[in-house]
Ligand binder design. Structure first.
Ligand SMILES: NC(=O)c1ccc[n+]([C@@H]2O[C@H](COP(=O)([O-])OP(=O)(O)OC[C@H]3O[C@@H](n4cnc5c(N)ncnc54)[C@H](O)[C@@H]3O)[C@@H](O)[C@H]2O)c1
Length: 437
């Protein structure tokens, strides 16, 4: 049984107190709002939420729940503090951590007079870097050392209002970002009874994941609604469409396509997206999400070109020109646009593509290539080694087994990887750069 103080008695804190008590822990609630503290001290929730009344009362009757407005008391009685303080948007959009940092400050003052190890757990949604800022503030105020006297863990809360108790006790996963092994082991032990997967990550990863999750959830809602609006105009049952969509767990509801890297292209994605946007437009349906996808893809190609400019080289090699590895299909290939962009920046260019090299061995294919990419065909080299000759930067757009060796062999050449070769020995080399990871 752990002894835990919970700072912030709103939705997350209130549900947290009830559920932690249900799991058998002794919990002390702490808030600057006296009325909330009074309620929790009587075993009453501060929010309206399914199941929370009973669970809270059960814990209160078992003598596991108390509350105070004194951070000193809350910290001295416990060895873990959960921070569930609000982080609303500031006028410019950023999440304002003023209240959270004020709670951290009060915890730091209490840690100053504590002789035992204290773990501060940030459950609020916070911008990346908050964990590090909290450590700095606690060290400064308490005079104690992170990892020795205290630790700060980032442990985002994934509950949904309306299902909060059930979600708290059965989270999709438990994410913990913390530099201290001791704290990680304590928290692992605390969460072991929940049965959900516990994932240890860097604190910044734990911090940004809530932004990513919730933005994706918002995208799902708007995507579904835009499909619904188009379907309705076309007299198609959108629920039937989306149910079908969700049945595809290989490409649709799956990790597929979720790897930050290079732009999409090919014969299907650009064509069919344009076709859907045409259907929307011709039926007077505004679809800002669907109609911005192509712009986002174009922006990504520009981002690569901007990086090429930043690196500041005059000679570039590209490995991979087709729209993906294993095919000679050049239709709507983003790599072609990249190659044209590189030429447009006034750089010299050489290109290696093992599948185009196979394709151009036949006369029909060669004629076709001459039609499609007459401006790029003369730049195609026969051997992967040729692409590094007299270039200062090589851009990788396809996974190719020969590339890791090239990166090792040519330390003076900068390799910009757009697809992540997943070779850890190469990723640490100074001449290797992952594009968006
Ligand atoms: N509400 C949700 O469904 C949900 C889900 C997951 C994560 N979160 C995140 O959890 C955090 C809390 O959200 P919430 O909805 O529970 O907020 P809330 O506004 O309901 O509660 C925040 C509480 O913090 C208290 N507080 C402010 N300053 C304090 C201080 N210095 N010391 C102690 N308490 C203080 C406030 O009085 C308030 O009771 C936010 O970062 C939010 O983004 C919320």
């Amino acid at each position: 049984m752990a002894s835990i103080s919970v700072f912030g008695l709103g939705y997350v804190g209130c549900v947290g107190i009830a559920c932690l008590a249900k799991l058998g822990h002794k919990v002390v609630g702490c808030d600057v709002d006296e009325s909330k503290v009074r309620r929790i001290a009587k075993g009453l929730p501060t929010i309206v939420e399914r199941d929370v009344d009973e669970v809270m009362l059960e814990g209160f009757k078992a003598g596991l729940i108390s509350a105070t407005t004194s951070p000193m008391e809350a910290v001295s009685k416990t060895n873990i503090s959960f921070l569930c303080v609000g982080t609303p948007n500031a006028p410019d959009g950023r999440l304002d951590t003023t209240y959270l940092m004020s709670a951290v400050k009060s915890i730091a003052e209490a840690i100053r007079s504590k002789s035992t190890f204290h773990i501060v757990v940030i459950r609020s949604t916070v911008p990346p870097g908050t964990n590090a800022a909290a450590i700095e503030l606690i060290e400064k105020i308490s005079g104690k050392r992170e990892g020795v006297n205290f630790a700060v863990a980032s442990n985002p809360e994934f509950l949904r209002e309306g299902m909060a108790v059930a979600d708290y006790l059965n989270p999709p996963l438990t994410v913990i970002g913390c530099e201290s092994r001791r704290a990680l082991d304590t928290l692992r032990n605390l969460y072991s009874t929940l049965g959900s997967e516990i994932v240890e990550v860097e604190p910044k990863v734990a911090e940004i994941i809530k932004f990513v999750n919730n933005s994706y959830h918002a995208l799902k809602v708007t995507f579904g609604n835009e499909i619904g609006a188009i379907c309705k105009k076309l007299d198609i049952d959108s629920h039937s469409v989306m149910n079908l969509f969700c049945k595809d767990t290989q490409l649709n509801i799956s990790p597929y396509y979720f790897k930050p890297g290079f732009a999409y292209g090919g014969s299907c994605l650009p064509k069919d997206l344009r076709g859907l946007n045409f259907l929307a437009e011709s039926n007077q349906v505004d679809v800002p999400v669907l109609s911005s996808i192509e712009n986002s893809n174009n922006e990504h190609i520009k981002r690569v070109l901007n990086r090429v400019q930043e690196i500041g080289v005059r000679s570039v090699g590209i490995i991979g020109l087709t729209f993906k590895a294993g095919t000679d299909d050049l239709r709507n290939s983003a790599a072609i646009r990249l190659a044209e962009g590189v030429l447009g920046k006034g750089c010299s260019l050489s290109i290696y593509d093992r599948y185009l090299n196979i394709a151009r061995e036949t006369e029909t294919n060669l004629r076709e290539l001459n039609k499609r990419i007459p401006h790029l065909l003369p730049l195609l080299v026969k051997d992967v080694e040729d692409v590094v000759e007299s270039t200062s930067l090589v851009i990788i757009t396809v996974r190719n087994p020969e590339i890791p060796e090239l990166v090792r062999k040519y330390p003076e050449i900068h390799f910009l990887d757009l697809v992540r070769m997943k070779d850890p020995s190469v990723e640490t080399l100074p001449n290797y750069e992952g594009f968006c990871w």
